[in-house]
Design a protein around this ligand. Sequence first.
Ligand code: GDP
Length: 441
Amino acid sequence: MLDLLQEKLAGIFKNLRGFGKLSESNVADAVKEIRMALLAADVNYQVAKELCEDVRKRAMGQEVLSSIKPGEQFVKVFHDALVDLFKEQEPGIHSVRPLRILLCGLNGAGKTTTAAKLGLWFKRQHQSVALVAGDVTRPAAIQQLQTLGKSLDIPVLTWPEEKSVERLVELARAEATQRGIRVLIFDAAGRLDADEELLAELQAVALKLEPQETLLVADAAAGQTAGKVAQAFQSRVALTGIVLSKFDGDARGGAALSMQRMTKCPLKFLGVGEKPDGLEVFMPERLVGRLLGMGDIVGLVERAQEAFDSASMEKMEERLKKNSFDLQDFVDQMKFIRKLGPLENLLGMMPGFNKLPISSIDENKVGRLEAIILSMTPQERKKPDLLNARRRQRIAKGSGSTVTQVNELVTRFNEMKKMLGRLKGSSPEKMMSQLMGGQRR
Ligand code: GDP
């Protein structure tokens, strides 16, 4: 998902990391590169332009926080601007019951699959749901929905002999009322293009069905063309939301980022797989987090703004360089790491640690290291030489580890200290890698 755009953005942010602070010129360069990346990802031109202008303004208005590096600060600015792209978003689906949903879209967009996915979504919420195949001209379409419904144990209402779509809607409504169905999902006929015939039929269906939700299913791979298709549908029916299907295969993200602005219609769901459970409620924060490929970096920056004291970090780095770093310092670092959350996110922010290959870090190992060190006395932490066999046994017992694990930690720590004496500059990351039992370089 979104791999291509994500990769490009990561490169842009990486370049910014090299700067001491955000300035007009480095922000302008980054914004220009972002704009190119967005356009290459098939984001609508107007949307890309507005977004970039917003980012530039916000970045220049930023107070330079001593505790946060410019790269991270810029990521947060970009994140906030992206989230605001979706700010008119109305969360979720209408709460009225009985609820009628009209699904529309072009052929192959993923409508029928989405009907089944939505059916399952409601079923899992213990709501009685039924599907209606709205294509009176294609028996295969009815069959496809029936097969899906059967596999999910969701009723599919059909009248194979009925050739009038308006009559079909009437029959379906009556049947649903009679059966006490709470959610009725009408899978309207599609076509190759949003032509007059299709739109007229859809309009007629909407008049009869009186849906509270009219959702357009659009293929994410169509990029901004998907936005144009949506506009064509919108000219005839009042869309209440968009389902972006095949998002799992979308490396670019053009549709995801452009749709809402282009149509002023909220993105409500993402199709993330062919299977019936491949549906996600759309959440802007999640999309943006994925796009930036940094998990919860924004929450992290926010928390870091409170907890992070860059002066003490510098002192720590100094101690590392001077080789006076002891186990007490190490456990302080660990506590700080755990307070802030996922290790991967954090390391990128720590001075000297951001070049560490993430794959070499194991959260469980950190937990164990911390437990072992916390079981030591303050004296032992300052002077690991005190750790004789008896003390090691006590520590192992206290931390729920084995003596071998304690030995391993002490050996690594000593090796690292020795190494630090020989290494200059990039020592913190090497130390970390050593302690984790990662690659020895
Ligand atoms: P319709 O003509 O709009 O009803 O489209 P279908 O529901 O028949 O879907 C067309 C194709 O897209 C089928 O092969 C589906 O399996 C596939 N498809 C639909 N939604 C998704 C999705 O979210 N992810 C993936 N990978 N494939 C999907």
